[in-house]
Design a protein around this ligand. Structure first.
Ligand code: PEP
Ligand code: MN
Length: 370
């Protein structure tokens, strides 16, 4: 449940509400926004719900108490209506700009990483990616260079100015990854690794959480809830494809997840068409699709010589392919922004026919985001 405080509520009244929640063995989480101050009541409320709601509603300074039927609370739009903007090394994600995270699947050598970093930075990427610890389906596949790769990533950040994102696969890796990287990645295979989620919740670095290939949107949000509840509000979600009966792509990219997530949560949403499709040829169209449905960012694997890559050779773009994709993404993103801010005006001239479009009175055209 959420407790909405009156605009006139004092700090003492707010403390009174939090104290009452704590006295029940529950945890109060406060969020202040232009709409007022909300306190989320988090914990196992059980059969106490009706009595507790009534008791909280009676406290001084309380405007109303609203039950929340969804299991995720701190990640929900109800609790936090405005978009969360995540900052990493001076780059904002979720502020309406388009974040482009690009780089190799795995860091294979210093030269390979620096060459890729220079090229993606020149093409306009905003974040450098590169796997140091690699979750591989086969134990015989390349497992990553580990800490050596983290050092190359830090060097690439110095050189290009781009923040770096890389994966931590287990709680014991969280501190070392947080020491070198600007954003921690939690991979699809680890989306429900609760000790890893808790560990990522305790570091002062943003976390990008990838959707498990068998996870529903609600399960993704519950996993994000662990990180936020553990103390880290800077979470980015990533749709990277889910497993379906379709065998012609590595996974099925769930484009609907982007606007669904934007409705349910305030956290930024990134799409990863590389892992979603597993095929180089399909990466540009699905990256464009992700931007078109309103993603806050795109993650793309890029390698100077994809066919020789030590991991995911089929899905990495080469340097020229990435630069070409960047040229296509900008105008799509501009169009989505225009549509969001003024849905009808943005279409005053239909680009396909060139004819003027008169807005239909009463026509319900809603922006992609609430
Ligand atoms: C990755 O981004 O390096 C990766 C392994 O992706 P995923 O966890 O989505 O499979
Ligand atoms: Mn990969």
């Amino acid at each position: 449940m959420f407790v909405a405080m009156r605009p006139t509520a004092t700090e003492v009244e707010l403390l009174g509400v939090k104290g009452r929640i704590l006295a029940e063995g529950l945890t109060p989480y406060e969020h202040r926004s232009a709409g007022g101050t909300l306190v989320a009541v988090v914990g196992e409320v059980g059969g106490r719900r009706p009595a507790l709601m009534a008791a909280l509603a009676e406290l001084p300074g309380v405007e109303r108490v609203t039950p929340i039927n969804r299991p995720f609370k701190l990640t929900s739009r109800e609790f936090h209506p405005e978009d969360t903007v995540v900052e990493a090394h001076g780059v904002a994600i979720g502020d309406g700009s388009l974040a482009v995270m690009a780089g190799p699947c795995s860091v294979e050598s210093r030269d390979q990483l620096l060459e890729t970093a220079d090229a993606v930075a020149a093409a306009g990427a905003t974040v450098l990616r590169g796997g140091a610890f690699k979750p591989r389906t086969s134990p015989y596949s390349f497992q990553g260079l580990g800490v050596e790769a983290l050092r190359y990533l830090a060097e690439a950040r110095e050189r290009t100015g781009l923040p770096v994102i890389t994966e931590a696969m287990e709680p014991a890796q969280v501190d070392i990854v947080a020491e070198y990287a600007d954003i921690l990645q939690i991979g699809a295979r680890n989306m429900q690794n609760y000790s890893l989620l808790n560990a990522a919740g305790r570091v002062a670095r943003p976390v990008m959480l990838k959707r498990g290939f068998g996870a529903t949107i609600e399960e993704l949000l519950m996993a994000a809830e662990y990180i936020v509840a553990a103390g880290n509000p800077n979470v980015i979600l990533c749709e990277r494809g889910i497993r379906t009966f379709e065998a012609s792509t590595r996974n099925t990219m769930d484009l609907s997840a982007v606007p669904v997530l934007h409705q349910l949560t305030h956290l930024p949403v990134v799409v990863d068409p590389s892992h979603a499709t597993g095929k180089r040829r399909l990466v540009p169209p699905l990256a464009m699709g992700g931007v078109a449905v309103g993603a806050d960012g795109v993650m793309v694997e890029v390698h100077p010589d994809p066919d020789a890559a030590l991991s995911d050779p089929e899905q990495q773009l080469d340097l020229a392919g990435f630069a070409a994709l960047m040229l296509a993404l900008g105008p799509i993103h501009d169009q989505v922004r225009a549509y969001r801010s003024a849905p009808v005006a943005a279409q005053a001239v239909a680009p396909i026919t060139g004819r003027a479009v008169a807005p239909v009175a009463g026509q319900a055209v809603t922006p992609a985001r609430p």
